[in-house]
Write a protein that binds this ligand. Structure first.
Ligand SMILES: [Zn+2]
Length: 372
């Protein structure tokens, strides 16, 4: 089922096709407005995506007898102070839950929900930017092995504290995707990604650190914030979200497969796609590693990928996501019908028991079996 067709609005049957497009357009506009090289983004004329998002939201509100935002700052204010469930256009909760937000209220920076929505559809721009940056680095690297070294560096370095990478051969290829962190940039001690100081409470009652990963706040011991040293560099935000966040899962899954004797080779490393060995004559088996807040949007990405590659795809996500109530159900219900028999959703914990490569998968060992 196309994702758009599942979107609900106050008027069933009316405008349902455009509702998801409006949210995705709004998310793209917020990402563009957040870029620091647009200091006058709120001055007329607005950036094209922002003007287009404002137009679509105002028209939608007028068509549905809802008071529209007065201007772009007012629309951004909506996104900062309202949950998606409080918007006039709402996706069903299995796509994006009503409590999700597009902007962090305290800072006004785009959330992971915003980045994932802004990557939805053929006009998506955040995940696509991450893929494009990686493809550029791959094209510039003189050897595949050097690209693998570059990718490993980027996976584990959302921040370069001293402003210099270790290996000059690697740094020469990747330094273009870093920029100055700025004075006083705070970093989460849990994930290493940018964070901001929590508001309210102190001592034992201090609230958890809000960081870009958005999941660290629930971990024990709770992370703190450290100030990045002067001269530190930050990785491009698209790569922080769509590459660095996958690093622990990728490491765990690849290690688990190796322990079970499964050979994994790079397939499209710029997009975190790997290839498992298959007996001659069998369809290829691919492995994709993802860390996404919203399983419905992940299903859209996977369906799009499978529309132009052959074989089956193992979709590996972090254990804490697959344990979330409704995550698997939402993912599977949002897959295209044609993709369903070709996809297996799993996590590092799903690699608990080895299984013969030629057998159907079973609970506990879904990653090393074929899907027929
Ligand atoms: Zn964190």
């Amino acid at each position: 089922m196309p994702l758009d067709a599942a979107v609900t609005t106050g008027q069933p049957q009316e405008g349902t096709q455009s509702a998801m497009e409006i949210l995705a357009l709004l998310a793209r506009a917020l990402v563009i407005l957040s870029r620091s090289w647009l200091p006058h983004a709120f001055a007329l004329p607005y950036p094209r995506e922002a003007q287009s998002a404002l137009d679509r939201v105002v028209l939608y509100c007028m068509a549905h007898s809802v008071e529209p935002p007065e201007n772009l700052p007012a629309l951004v204010g909506w996104c900062r102070h309202r949950t998606i469930g409080q918007f006039p256009v709402r996706p069903p909760s299995r796509l994006v839950p009503p409590e999700a937000r597009l902007l962090v209220p305290e800072t006004g920076v785009p959330t992971r929900t915003c980045a994932e929505l802004a990557s939805y559809g053929r006009h998506g721009l955040v995940e696509q930017r991450a893929n494009r940056l990686m493809a550029h680095i791959e094209a510039r690297c003189p050897t595949p092995s050097l690209f693998r070294e570059c990718r490993s560096f980027l996976l584990t370095h959302p921040v370069v504290p001293d402003g210099r990478g270790g290996d000059p051969r690697v740094w020469e290829q990747v330094r273009r995707v870093y920029s100055p962190a700025g004075t006083g940039q705070l970093l989460c001690t849990g994930c290493g990604l940018p964070a901001h100081r929590p508001t309210g409470g102190s001592g034992r009652n201090a609230p958890s650190v809000p960081c870009e990963r958005e999941d660290c706040a629930t971990e024990l011991p709770p992370p703190r914030v450290d100030t990045a040293p002067d001269g530190a560099l930050l990785l491009d935000p698209a790569l922080r979200t769509f590459l660095c966040l996958t690093a622990p899962t990728e490491r765990a899954v690849l290690t688990g497969l190796t322990v079970h004797g499964v050979t994994v080779e790079p397939h499209e490393p710029a997009r975190s796609l790997f290839r498992l060995t298959s007996p001659a004559g069998q369809e290829p088996r691919l492995l994709g590693v993802y860390d996404r807040k919203h399983p419905g949007l992940l299903a859209a990405r996977v369906s799009e990928l499978l529309s132009h590659v052959d074989g089956t795809l193992i979709v590996a996500v972090p254990d804490h996501h697959i344990r979330r109530p409704g995550f698997r159900e939402a993912f599977e219900s949002c897959l295209d019908v044609a993709a369903v028999p070709r996809v297996r959703l799993t996590s590092p914990a799903g690699l608990g028991r080895p299984a013969p490569l030629s057998h159907h998968s079973s609970e506990g060992a879904p990653c090393v079996t074929s899907h027929q």
